[in-house]
Design a protein around this ligand. Structure first.
Ligand SMILES: *[C@@H]1O[C@H](CO)[C@@H](O)[C@H](O)[C@H]1NC(C)=O
Ligand SMILES: *[C@@H]1O[C@H](CO)[C@@H](O)[C@H](O)[C@H]1NC(C)=O
Ligand SMILES: *[C@@H]1O[C@H](CO)[C@@H](O)[C@H](O)[C@H]1NC(C)=O
Ligand SMILES: *[C@@H]1O[C@H](CO)[C@@H](O)[C@H](O)[C@H]1NC(C)=O
Length: 464
């Protein structure tokens, strides 16, 4: 009875949301550098609101955003320069509700009283190509503002400053910025994946000014040289491999696949991460584009992290028939509940679906990590945020390093409790899952994770 009731309430609120999610044009007023924006109307069921303001024709020097997850649904955004009468202002509004996200672009002419007069600009959405804007705005240095970001390696920077970049130019070495993880990942347990991570140019290299990370079939059965496992005893032997004599008695690693996973020495807390990349394609491939707290256990299992990904699969759904294949982009966090003897992961994410696969082409991905929210953008456009203070708590304790890598399978990446098993012919915990994966990948058409660049910018307290 109670359940039916709740379901009904959920359904009716869903219906009203779908009807109500026609985003109105906001009311805009400016004073000096400050833009006040208010969304008129009833606005039932809204969970968060994102405004991006920029001066038309002067976007790079004058743009900023604000994010709110409670009433009133309004914001004050400070641009870099003062806004003169007759200036044209462009506002992007993104309204997020439990089941939907809706965007509206509006343009205003500012009159001499500072009121924004709505302009009728047909086709504004399609004429605004955010990725072009990003490319155009890249090199601009913002005026100094107080920074929220922290970086133990550096000091004396302000909001907007570039803290780290790797453009993966042909003439540089990967090891300049990155340290490889070297260990088997198919050792059973909660993190079971189907690869060994190695430091080998076959699996990670810079070609055509891009980083390529790919999975290769491993015909060897051996100890991993330079193994970085921090475990002891039998757990270490599982992660580092064994001599062929031992392998007969210790059959946990069959012939396996090799890939790469690497992290930066550079660490930071709070900031904007910009990545231009082409996601991998192929069933059960999973890109590691992560922010991982820089703690002793970072190379270990059960570590909380922030992540952004599209799975490689061509067909994959959850039990409610929502798409989880390569046309679904996710931004989220994985937090481990460590109060139990057997740690349990939970994932909290936002998602964005496309008609194409994210692995078809290069795109710009953004993660803005703040104290009380993590914002995710695709080609410059907001697509969701995590803003639950309890969940974000663990991320306020440490600086994070960047991780780039490519893996296959994994209980956390392909959770059997969530997935519709009609598309997944193996269960993660099956003792022969490794073998089953090998069978399935016999006719594989895998494409690598390709990264054009990754950059970290300092942000101010408003996230700009
Ligand atoms: C570099 O990576 C690409 C794609 O992953 C791969 O095809 C190529 O063989 C690698 N190059 C070298 C020199 O290992
Ligand atoms: C990592 O960064 C620290 C601080 O800048 C430096 O002392 C250390 O040598 C670096 N390590 C590597 C492997 O680059
Ligand atoms: C973590 O697990 C414990 C023990 O099962 C449970 O009581 C607690 O509610 C869990 N915490 C979270 C945040 O899920
Ligand atoms: C935040 O997440 C926790 C843990 O999942 C949950 O118990 C709580 O209700 C959430 N808070 C809000 C405001 O959604």
């Amino acid at each position: 009875m109670r359940k039916g009731c709740l379901l009904l309430i959920w359904l009716s609120s869903l219906v009203s949301l779908l009807i109500a999610l026609e985003v109105p044009h906001p009311v805009v007023e400016v004073m000096g550098r400050e833009v006040s924006i208010m969304l008129p109307g009833e606005l039932e069921g809204i969970e968060s609101l994102y405004f991006h303001a920029e001066l038309v024709d002067n976007e790079c020097d004058n743009n900023a955003y604000s994010f709110a997850n409670e009433r009133p649904w309004s914001a004050k955004i400070e641009l870099q320069n003062s806004i003169e009468p007759n200036a044209k202002l462009r506002i992007q509004t993104v309204v997020e509700s439990k089941n939907k996200i809706a965007t509206q672009f509006s343009e205003y002419k500012i009159n001499d009283k500072g009121i924004g007069e709505l302009l009728d600009v047909p086709g504004l959405t399609s004429s605004t190509v955010p990725s072009d804007m990003i490319a155009k705005c890249k090199s601009v240095k913002r005026s100094p503002s107080e920074t929220l970001s922290e970086c133990s390696h550096r000091s004396g920077f302000s909001g907007g400053d570039l803290l780290f970049e790797d453009n993966f130019d042909n003439n540089q070495r990967l090891t300049d910025n990155w340290k490889h993880e070297v260990r088997y990942r198919n050792t059973g347990g909660k993190n079971q994946e189907f690869v060994a991570f190695v430091d080998d140019p076959d699996n990670s290299n810079i070609t055509n000014n891009n980083l390529h990370i790919s999975i290769t079939k491993d015909e060897r059965n051996m100890i991993l040289l330079g193994c970085t496992s921090k475990k002891e005893g039998i757990a270490k032997r599982k992660e580092c491999g064994r001599s062929s004599r031992r392998s007969k008695r210790e059959p946990w690693v069959s012939k396996t696949f090799r890939s790469a996973n690497m992290h930066t020495n550079f660490t930071f807390k709070y900031g904007r991460v910009e990545i231009r990349a082409k996601m991998p394609k192929g069933d059960w491939l999973f890109p590691n584009i992560l922010l991982v707290p820089n703690i002793d256990k970072s190379d270990d299992d059960f570590v909380d992290h922030i992540r952004l990904y599209a799975r490689g699969n061509s067909v994959l759904q959850d039990k409610y028939q929502s798409s989880l294949d390569g046309s679904s982009l996710f931004g989220g966090i994985v937090v481990w509940n460590k109060t139990e003897t057997d740690p349990n992961p939970s994932e909290h994410f936002v998602t964005r679906n496309e008609e194409y696969f994210y692995g078809d082409d290069f795109h710009d991905y953004t993660i803005i990590w703040q104290t009380d929210k993590i914002i995710f953008k695709f080609n410059g456009e907001f697509f969701g945020a995590i803003h639950n203070a309890t969940l974000l708590e663990p991320f306020n304790k440490h600086e994070c390093h960047l991780v780039l890598g490519l893996t296959a399978g994994g209980n956390v990446n392909f959770n059997d409790e969530i997935l519709d098993m009609k598309h997944k012919p193996f269960s993660n915990t099956h003792p022969k899952a490794d073998k089953q994966f090998e069978e399935l990948s016999r006719n594989r058409k895998w494409t690598p994770l390709v990264v054009d660049h990754i950059r970290v910018y300092a942000i101010d307290k408003d996230g700009n």
